[in-house]
Every structure is written in structure tokens, then in C-alpha cells.
Design a protein around this ligand. Structure first.
Ligand SMILES: [Fe+2]
Ligand SMILES: [Fe+2]
Length: 370
């Protein structure tokens, strides 16, 4: 495993950003209401214009297949996922962003286990089941190292409890819609983090291979997962889920839970000048990423647009070059074994048999991809 402690502080390399962030914070803090209002209004209009131009450039109504790897990353021979190194050095990271990744991991891990009920695709099943194992191991390790109950409380008692004991029991369709919302969100984050050769992801500087690997695979299967999951949902189901997921799940986690948990578990990091800077950067990240990802999600999930193949290929290439080569290679060798995904139909059918026909969203469909 790569020795992250030997890495130079990536945040220090891009320190000119601090001037821009400081200037923006100063405008916010010291300008009069008159100018503050006008500056913010201009920024919002420019931002929405930029978002629209991005969606027009990146999306299409056509169903395009990108030329990117379609294999599953498994542990190398002789190793299991639990043998990998999940230690995460957050010493030089943006501590709010670190907490955000941890909390999102708790939400995502149990959903990945439910993928058997959500997809008939071999690649998607194989990749997501691995993600469930890895994110769970990561949550356990984070809990052990930081004391914050990522695994025992947030993953098991909150999100897993809600998904397995409520959503799964009462509405597989709703589960499917939540899965679709999640799948339609990842690539927009990767797009933002790819900016300027991966500047934002490096700036946040959470030193782990876990998310770097996970997001590459999300890019690889997004052209399968989103179209498959949205096809049997009604428009009203998609709109309601999109709204509830973003407004009642993502926003509270990001804007309420993360600042509170960070303050509770890292008070010395938070109450310092660097903590103030980290908070300003995290707020800026949220102000851009949340609306950008949510509107992109809406375009895919509700309007039915797809990523252009060429844009997904660009996304994959930049992420691979700027992040994956650094985090997921050790002594020049990839830390995973790349395999053809195993056939999942038999296992899927066994699981789906336990669900009633009314609840089963795939009852009248056949396998969509060989
Ligand atoms: Fe995943
Ligand atoms: Fe996924």
C-alpha cells in the first residue's frame, strides 16, 4: 500500500487558492449589504449559466456506450478486502471534507448491499458489492481511529436500519429510486473534482485509496446503472425521490451533521485559523457542488439525459491520471486484480423471489445486458 505519510502536503502546493478564498470571505464579511447582495446575485447568475452550459455540453438523449474498462476490481490473489490498509491520514486534509466523506460513506455502504434488488447487470452487481465491503471496512477503521461512530451508529443503526427495515419492507420502488439518485450523483462530483487536473480533490487532501477507486468504478458503470434504475419509475416518483433525497438527506448531512460532528470530534482543528479557512473552503465547495450535482442528477434521473460517451471517457481518463495512478498503485503495480464480472442472474433471481410481484420493480422486465 502506498505510504501516504511520505506524500508532500498537496494543500501547500496550491496555496494561491487561499488568496482567492480569503478575498471572497473578506467580501462576504466586510462589504455593505448593498454590494454584497449585488455581488452574490451576479455570482449566482454566472454560476447557473455555467451549470447549464456544462449540462448541454456533457449530456445527450442518445444511449451511448463509452470506451472505458468494464471489469471488476477484486483483491489481488492471497488477499481479502479486510487485509487492505484502510488507515486514512487526515492530518493535512480539510477536516470538514474528511467528515463529509465519512458520513456519505455510512449512507452509501448499506445501499450498495441492496444492489441485488436494484440491478440485473453483472458489472454493476460485482462492483457495488465490493464497494459495500470496502466502504464498510473504511467506516469501521475511521470509527476506531477517530472515535466518531461512523460504523456502529451511522451505518448500522441509522442508514442500514432505515433501508433494510423500512424502505426494503415497504417499497422496493422507493429503494430503487434512492439508488438511482445516488448513481446519478457520483459523476457530477467526479467532474468537479477533476477540475484543473484534480485540483479540488487534491486540495481537500483526504489520503485514502478508497474513494479514488470507488469513484473510478462509478464512472465505469454510470451508463448502465442510471438508465436501468430509472426506466421503471414514474416521473412523479423520480421527482419526489430527487427532492426528498437532496433536501432531506444530502443537505442535512452536509450542512448540519458534518459541521456538528467535526466540531465534536476535532475541536482543536475546528477552533483555529486553519479551521476557519477549512470551513470557508468547505462552504464554497458546498455552494458549488450541491446545486451542480443536484441539477445534474435531475437531468439524468428525471429528464432522462445520459452522459455522452466521449465525456465519460474524458472523465475516466482525467481521474485515472490525476488520482488513481497516485492512490491505487504500489511499487508500479495496481493494488487490485481486474476480473470479468461473474454472472449474477441466479443470485438475483433467488433474492427477487422473496419479494412480492407488486413490490418487485423488475417483475415484468428481462435482463438488459449480457
Ligand atoms: Fe458504489
Ligand atoms: Fe454505482
Amino acid at each position: 500500500m502506498r505510504d501516504f505519510s511520505a506524500e508532500p502536503n498537496a494543500g501547500a502546493k496550491v496555496d494561491t487558492a487561499s488568496y482567492y478564498i480569503g478575498a471572497f470571505t473578506a467580501v462576504v464579511m466586510f462589504s455593505s449589504y448593498y454590494w454584497f447582495y449585488r455581488v452574490v446575485l451576479c455570482l449566482v447568475i454566472a454560476f447557473l449559466g455555467w451549470c447549464l452550459s456544462a449540462y448541454f455540453t456533457l449530456l445527450t438523449f442518445r444511449d451511448e456506450k463509452p470506451n472505458i474498462p468494464q471489469k471488476v476490481r477484486d483483491p489481488i490473489p492471497g488477499k481479502k478486502w479486510k487485509d487492505y490498509n484502510y488507515k486514512t491520514d487526515h492530518e493535512d486534509s480539510n477536516i470538514f471534507f474528511f467528515m463529509w466523506l465519512g458520513q456519505m460513506s455510512c449512507l452509501i455502504a448499506p445501499y450498495e448491499i441492496l444492489i441485488y434488488e436494484l440491478s440485473h447487470d453483472d458489472l454493476l452487481n460485482a462492483q457495488e458489492l465490493n464497494h459495500a465491503s470496502i466502504q464498510t471496512e473504511w467506516n469501521r477503521k475511521l470509527e476506531k481511529d477517530t472515535g466518531c461512530p461512523f460504523y456502529s451508529f451511522w451505518q448500522v443503526k441509522v442508514w442500514k436500519h432505515i433501508m433494510f427495515n423500512y424502505l426494503r419492507v415497504y417499497s422496493v420502488r422507493l429503494n430503487l429510486a434512492v439508488g438511482c439518485a445516488l448513481e446519478a450523483m457520483f459523476c457530477w462530483l467526479v467532474y468537479l473534482w477533476n477540475w484543473n487536473n484534480g485540483f479540488i480533490y487534491r486540495r481537500m487532501n483526504v489520503k485514502t485509496w478508497v474513494w479514488t477507486y470507488h469513484l473510478l468504478e462509478e464512472v465505469e458503470h454510470t451508463h448502465i446503472s442510471v438508465p436501468e434504475m430509472r426506466q421503471n419509475l414514474t416521473t412523479i416518483e423520480k421527482i419526489i425521490t430527487w427532492f426528498i433525497f437532496d433536501v432531506f438527506v444530502v443537505i442535512p448531512i452536509t450542512l448540519i451533521l458534518v459541521p456538528i460532528a467535526t466540531t465534536l470530534y476535532f475541536p482543536r482543528r475546528v477552533f483555529s485559523f486553519s479551521g476557519l479557512q477549512a470551513l470557508a473552503e468547505f462552504c464554497l465547495f458546498c455552494a458549488v457542488a450541491l446545486p451542480f450535482a443536484a441539477l445534474g442528477q435531475f437531468c439524468e434521473m428525471v429528464i432522462g439525459l445520459n452522459w455522452k460517451a466521449s465525456c465519460l471517457e474524458d472523465l475516466w481518463n482525467v481521474w485515472y491520471e490525476t488520482q488513481y495512478l497516485r492512490d491505487c498503485f504500489e511499487d508500479g503495480k495496481e493494488i487490485f486484480a481486474l476480473n470479468v464480472p461473474p454472472e449474477c442472474t441466479a443470485k438475483n433471481n433467488a433474492v427477487l423471489k422473496t419479494l412480492s410481484k407488486v413490490k418487485n420493480p423488475f417483475a415484468s422486465t428481462t435482463k438488459t445486458r449480457a
